[in-house]
Design a binder for this molecule. Sequence first.
Ligand SMILES: *[C@@H]1O[C@H](CO)[C@@H](O)[C@H](O)[C@H]1NC(C)=O
Ligand SMILES: *[C@@H]1O[C@H](CO)[C@@H](O)[C@H](O)[C@H]1NC(C)=O
Length: 366
Amino acid sequence: MSRSLLPSLALLLLVSSMVPISEAHEGHDREGPLGDGCSSSEDARVVAEFRPGVVTVDGRGDEWAEADGFEFSLLPALDFDRDKEFSGGKMAVKALHDGNNAYFLLRVEGDYVYTKGDGYKCPSVALMFQIGENATYSSMGGCRKFGTECNSRSCQGHEVDIMHFSIGNAIPGRLYGSNPIDNQEATGDDRFGNLVDLYAWNPHCQFLDGKGPLGNDSSAQNDWQGAWWHSSLTSHSGFVEKDSPYSSDGQKGTYYFEFSRPLRTVDRLQQDVQFTIGQSTKMAVAFWYPSEGKAWGKSDHYSVSCDWMPMEFVSASSIYATSRGAWDATSAFSLILSVVAFCISIYVAYWLSMAKSVPFTPIDRL
Ligand SMILES: *[C@@H]1O[C@H](CO)[C@@H](O)[C@H](O)[C@H]1NC(C)=O
Ligand SMILES: *[C@@H]1O[C@H](CO)[C@@H](O)[C@H](O)[C@H]1NC(C)=O
């Protein structure tokens, strides 16, 4: 029996190590076809799965390969026309969470352009989220009050949260955004890298967190952090400011923008979106690019969608639930294995009790 059992056990172990652990995701970028006018693909969405310990916010996108995401054409936000698509390439939008923080990756194909100190002559990205239930995508909240009339009372329900990163002063691979000095002053500003936390009711009523027409909020913070990178950059030990422009202009490649933010913030005045695991939120993504080296204008940006795009924070338990079928197969397998192991131990015990003649040799005598 022992001769036939041991090889089959070895075979079992070999086979069990080849049983794939369930894959609840597809791991491929799909293209969200966006037609002319506003007819975004129905299922274009951003899904943040629970994956702790995967992402380092360093601007490199490699660790995102396994995360699902859509690829979008970048069309002018104010004239959403397929003929005017960003010529550099498409943008992939991905998100993950680790239970405490949300992580975002924006990956855009585009030639390298960089003018140190001038954010308008560098690519730039922004994320926008709905806060108030009546905040529209178009006109950044869509409140119809302007100048001195727009404030947190007259525009209640139209709040949007914005993160904007202009990389002109940001060294690739370094972390910008939330920092102790600007947070001490209770604003969403970032004096070092210009990765700012804003809110708005419409494009003319846009403020740094903590500032506003009815006074300042002493508890406001910049809650975002982020980094950027371009695939033409080659550095093993990192850059310093005097290396700028870091690579030579016009190099083909891909820009990466990586961000993180706590799911919840201290916000008391509807200036931050609050993320909840298991719930969805509405977001939009904007991209500015200095075409032919010319500075871009504020309204002169591309967008991945022409309306809010749904974004979901998936809870860890729902990932396990969707892959229960595969788990069942694995647990059946472990049951077989444990039965086999049990039989072997009985057999070994039986064999030992029969082999009383084997002398016991204390190990220190060897
Ligand atoms: C949103 O609009 C609806 C209808 O106009 C209104 O009843 C509701 O109170 C608004 N919500 C907020 C938060 O202002
Ligand atoms: C808000 O803060 C700014 C500086 O950050 C200051 O100039 C302004 O006076 C403050 N406003 C109020 C109402 O406190």
